[in-house]
Design a protein. Structure first.
Ligand SMILES: C[S@@+](CC[C@H](N)C(=O)[O-])C[C@H]1O[C@@H](n2cnc3c(N)ncnc32)[C@H](O)[C@@H]1O
Length: 322
């Protein structure tokens, strides 16, 4: 599918999805009206200026940068080309979506980030000429994402074609505006249960405020919606970390991985991403000695949706095993 998602066809809404907020389109015009009245938004006590024009010196990483080739990724310099700014709490390094987009898609494909935050994935899609859909439960995050997209792509390549990029306020558990089997790649970074509250207290639908069992139920629903919207044979990648409670390790990432396998995905990759700057509770290390190690890594799981006619028995060791 090039250029347009057919919103009229094959959009399916199960009864369980209906319990969650429906997607509401936020356009460039909405953003322009918003910034007439606001020069900043507040996300988790951080003020993020918006509405100023961008001065961009670089549109891509340094020339020496080579895409990752192993399952250990480390970006001590997180990447600040185009409009990437690290001031949205919990944002990921643009190297992450860039690597995944380059590996699993071609120009004109459709990429989805259904917990898009400040829009890092969308900026990479704009630079790399992939069509994209970004969704977030927090309307202020969507305004930050639109702000990051508010630049002209001065690509050195003369055949640059502006991709279609749509942003929505909505709940990742109900992607009602996204047709079945219409997406070529999902790149997303969910909030972690208990670790960082990304939205104002009480914002309905924010999964970071759920108890662990409810959070895992939400992740199961998100996995099912991801499976529905993805084309057969295509990939879904999520960045997710673990935590510690009472000095013991809580393998949150693996419990989330289980939800994606239960939904019907098979595991293609487990990439370990080293962490260099930790702003979360995990980073509050004040004592000289602890009887455990600091968690300084996260996981990027890449799942694949088997295509309809594919025989999956040979992948049983990479599929749900319990
Ligand atoms: C880790 S942040 C994403 C950061 C993003 N990758 C970036 O680079 O800015 C997680 C996002 O999930 C959003 N979120 C929480 N619950 C959600 C839900 N039910 N549906 C959609 N988005 C949700 C939060 O508002 C937050 O912006």
């Amino acid at each position: 599918m090039n250029g347009k998602i057919d919103q009229g066809m094959a959009v399916r809404n199960t009864k369980t999805s209906e319990r969650f907020m429906r997607m509401r389109l936020v356009t460039q015009r909405d953003y322009e009206e918003f910034v007439k009245l606001h020069d900043r938004v507040t996300v988790e006590q951080s003020e993020i200026p918006i509405g100023k024009s961008w001065r961009i010196s670089r549109y891509e990483p340094d020339r020496e940068y080579k895409p990752e080739g192993t399952t250990v990724w480390s970006f001590p310099d997180r990447g600040c080309w185009a409009t990437h700014v690290g001031n949205f709490r919990g944002n990921f390094s643009p190297f992450i979506p860039r690597n995944l987009i380059l590996k699993y898609t071609v120009k004109g494909d459709w990429v989805l980030d259904q917990m898009v935050g400040s829009g890092t994935t969308l900026v990479e899609c704009k630079l790399l000429q992939r069509n994209a859909i970004g969704v977030d439960i927090n309307p202020e995050a969507i305004m930050v994402a639109r702000d990051r997209l508010n630049f002209t792509c001065n690509s050195p390549s003369s055949d640059y074609e502006e991709p279609v990029i749509r942003t929505y306020v909505g709940d990742a558990r109900n992607l009602n505006e996204v047709a079945d089997e219409s997406i070529d790649l999902i790149v997303t970074h969910p909030p972690y249960a208990y670790i960082i509250g990304y939205t104002r207290k009480g914002l309905e639908g924010d999964i970071s405020q759920l108890s662990l069992p409810d959070y895992l139920r939400a992740m199961r629903k998100i996995a099912q919606e991801s499976l529905r919207v993805l084309k057969g044979g295509k990939h879904c990648s999520i960045l997710i970390g673990d935590t510690r409670r009472h000095a013991h390790y809580v393998p949150l990432a693996f419990r989330v991985m289980q939800k994606f396998l239960e939904a019907g995905f098979i595991l293609k990759e487990d990439i370990v991403k080293l962490q260099h700057k930790v702003l979360t509770d995990r980073g509050k290390w004040r004592k000289a000695y602890y009887d455990f190690y600091k968690i300084m890594h996260e996981h990027i799981f890449v799942f694949r949706k088997p295509s309809k006619e594919e025989k999956t028995t040979k992948f049983k060791l990479s599929a749900k095993w319990w």
